[in-house]
Design a protein around this ligand. Sequence first.
Ligand SMILES: Cc1ncc(C[n+]2csc(CCOP(=O)(O)OP(=O)(O)O)c2C)c(N)n1
Length: 338
Amino acid sequence: MVTAPTASNRIGTEVALGMLRTMLLIRRFEEAMVDLYQRNLIPGFIHPAIGEEAVHAGVQAHLRGVDHVAATHRGHGPAIAKGLDLQGMMAEVLGRRDGLLGGRGGSLHVGDWTQRCLPASPLVGGNIATMTGVALAHRDSGDGGVAVAYFGDGALNRGSCHEAVNLAAIWRLPVVFAVIDNGWAISVPRSYATAGALPDRARAYGIPGEVVDGKDVLACYEGAGNAVARARDGGGPSMLFFDCPRGYGHEEGDAQEYRDRAEYDAARARDPIPAAIATLRAMGVLTDELLTELRQDVESQVSRAVRFGMESPEPDGAEAFKFVRPSQQQDINPGTKS
Ligand SMILES: Cc1ncc(C[n+]2csc(CCOP(=O)(O)OP(=O)(O)O)c2C)c(N)n1
């Protein structure tokens, strides 16, 4: 008798639990960051991606060390799923000297070149063409690597997005364009700014374009599996459209007065973490004890990161311009010039 594959034998316990761990880590890191921000301890802006954890956990479960990811202004999820150092990340968000970029980049540029997670791009859509270039480098070096570019539905409307996806398609580059369709670009609803159905964008380039439930980690895992394998095997790019309604403001502190309460509540109710927990329980791979253990481990990692970040010194003012412009690597006192 042939039995239909169940979620547990399609995915495997280790991968399933790994994805849950990633989701919990992203969520706790961002909750801790929001708390620090509300206490005025974080300079600048933060753009949490609470509710988008399943996308990064599902996509990045397929990645290998050689692969690259690039994030948007909501960059903590991809960075954590890539395994970046949590303490260095938290220190960076706090603008401290031990941050991954010496505290110069903050939340909006979080990343680590050495881990192949490009510093996030606060220029909307700024990473799309970059990742087409990274994919070209992977193809030419023959290292078997894949590039994943995350961006929002708003970024789809940048002209540079068209150019980059078109090039990736005609050159069959190993890149996955992962569109997180949260329905909004700050206060502009997608229906206002984006014509047509999203998968038609992919069809126009002759590449696969699949809509995936971005709140369902197994759906994200399976959707991304095909796209990553296709890229790795020389089949060229794909576009995935993760349906992921935004249950939060654009940035922390956004009062969302432009938004209908019922729509917000409905988006918020679709929380991928309880959904993943229920699925893993149904698969028989998650017990109460295991969940408690996972949560405790995540809690202690995030608390350690917060403590490390808070104890890290402020950056040295004399070093502030290092890396800003090549000529200023030596010139650490630009105020003396006209
Ligand atoms: C080139 C550019 N234009 C405008 C902005 C201002 N801006 C910041 S975020 C944002 C909306 C982005 O929406 P989307 O790409 O859907 O991502 P989301 O914030 O929804 O995750 C805009 C317009 C910017 N940062 N860069």
